[in-house]
Design a protein around this ligand. Structure first.
Ligand code: SF4
Length: 383
């Protein structure tokens, strides 16, 4: 007889809002005022202690992810204090995925060894480019030498699950430029790559440059060519594309991010962090001073109760961008016939019908069409 043990798993996200410098393309919530670190940590500990009941069942924590901002602006002793508060309040087994985002020029050998001692087993390094001119244009803190050293230091310290972030579609770049970037990356022998096309957000320096004509967006065909080259190159070198922007070797997916896409619960701490417990979504204020001043009044977040339509649309948006696709049986079971019929009608009406495949009751967007996924999925949304 088979014995099935059902466990409910969830993730924890910690948002560290500090960056020593603002990158010109970035619209994440960050602060350069590092003098607020102590007060931020006190507010964060308060939030962790006060929200231990947010997750709906007695969830076992499967992943902890330190993101930002730049978590590596913190000392390892400060990170240890955060971990201690989490362990005190949540059910955290040993050997979970404990991941941290890092800036290359923070990663000395000593700092990396301290992270390993704290139990971190995955590191995501924001390299973005190996071209010094491009790094300077983006106002990054590091150069290509720092980038290479950071990965080598991480390997020496004992990290065997290293992810690197890369940006393509950069100003005036072409496929040859992307080829050189990928060749530099491949030499580093990392297990995971997140590759994002540059976007010009309005409230960034790059957005402003674009408006003033100081910088130009690449034509669509150039962006698509770079995407096609990148995906083919990475797949040809043993990386599996498991989400539109994410590639892993030997199944070393980001467990934390995959759990978002698979609809599992998570709780986010810190300014601008989001939380989700299957019934509602909530997000903390994107302002560090307000976060600190309002934490004890419980006025530092907003909450939205999710309707069936919200849940259906979120399920589509996240799953169609992954290799797991949309489970049509689950659509019928969890959302009902009306939503199922809506989805199938919308898919069948699409001019790009060939972009959608159905196999064993799973609806996929074929990988060649992932680059166009935003527009394709938008038309399937239930309104
Ligand atoms: S280091 Fe990351 S979070 Fe900080 S400004 Fe640059 S891109 Fe944004």
């Amino acid at each position: 007889m088979l014995l099935y043990i059902s466990v409910l798993l969830a993730g924890i996200y910690i948002h560290i809002p500090f960056c020593k410098k603002k990158c010109y393309y970035c619209d994440f919530f960050t602060s350069q005022n590092l003098s607020l670190t102590n007060n931020f940590l006190l507010a964060l500990f308060f939030e962790i202690n006060s929200r231990k009941d947010y997750l709906l069942a007695d969830k076992i924590i499967e992943t902890i992810y330190f993101g930002g901002g730049t978590p590596t602006t913190l000392k390892s002793s400060e990170i240890e204090l955060i971990l201690n508060h989490l362990k005190f309040n949540f059910n955290i087994p040993p050997n979970i995925e404990l991941a941290i985002e890092a800036n290359p020029d923070d990663l000395s050998e000593q700092y990396l060894e301290e992270l390993i001692k704290l139990g971190f087993n995955r590191i995501s390094i924001g390299i973005q480019s190996f071209n010094d001119e491009m790094l300077a244009l983006m106002n990054r803190r590091h150069n290509s030498e720092n980038a290479i050293n950071s990965v080598e230091n991480a390997q020496k310290a004992g990290f065997d699950n290293i992810s690197v972030d890369l940006i393509y579609g950069l100003p005036k770049s072409n496929v040859d430029f992307v080829k050189k970037e990928l060749e530099s990356l491949l030499k580093l022998n990392v297990q995971h790559i997140s590759a994002y096309h540059l976007t010009y957000e309005t409230n960034t320096i790059f957005g402003n440059y674009l408006k003033k004509g100081k910088i130009a967006e690449l034509p669509d065909f150039e962006s698509q060519n770079q995407y096609k080259y990148l995906t083919k190159f990475l797949e040809g070198n043993g990386f599996e594309q498991y989400e539109i922007s994410n590639f892993a070797k030997n199944g070393k997916y980001s467990k934390h991010n995959s759990n978002y896409w698979l609809g599992k619960e998570y709780i986010g701490f810190g300014p601008s962090a989001h939380s989700y417990n299957t019934q509602s979504r909530q997000w903390n204020v994107s302002n560090i001073k307000n976060y600190i001043s309002e934490i004890e009044n419980n006025k530092y977040f907003e909450i939205e109760i999710l309707s069936t339509t919200d849940k259906f649309n979120e399920y589509l948006i996240t799953k169609l961008r992954t290799k797991w696709g949309v489970d049509l049986e689950r659509i019928k079971k969890d959302f009902g016939q009306e939503y199922f019929s809506h989805l199938m009608n919308a898919v069948n009406k699409k001019v790009e019908r060939k972009c959608f495949l159905t196999e064993k009751n799973i609806l996929y967007l074929c990988k060649e069409c992932w680059f166009l996924s935003d527009g394709l999925i938008l038309d399937l949304i239930y309104t």
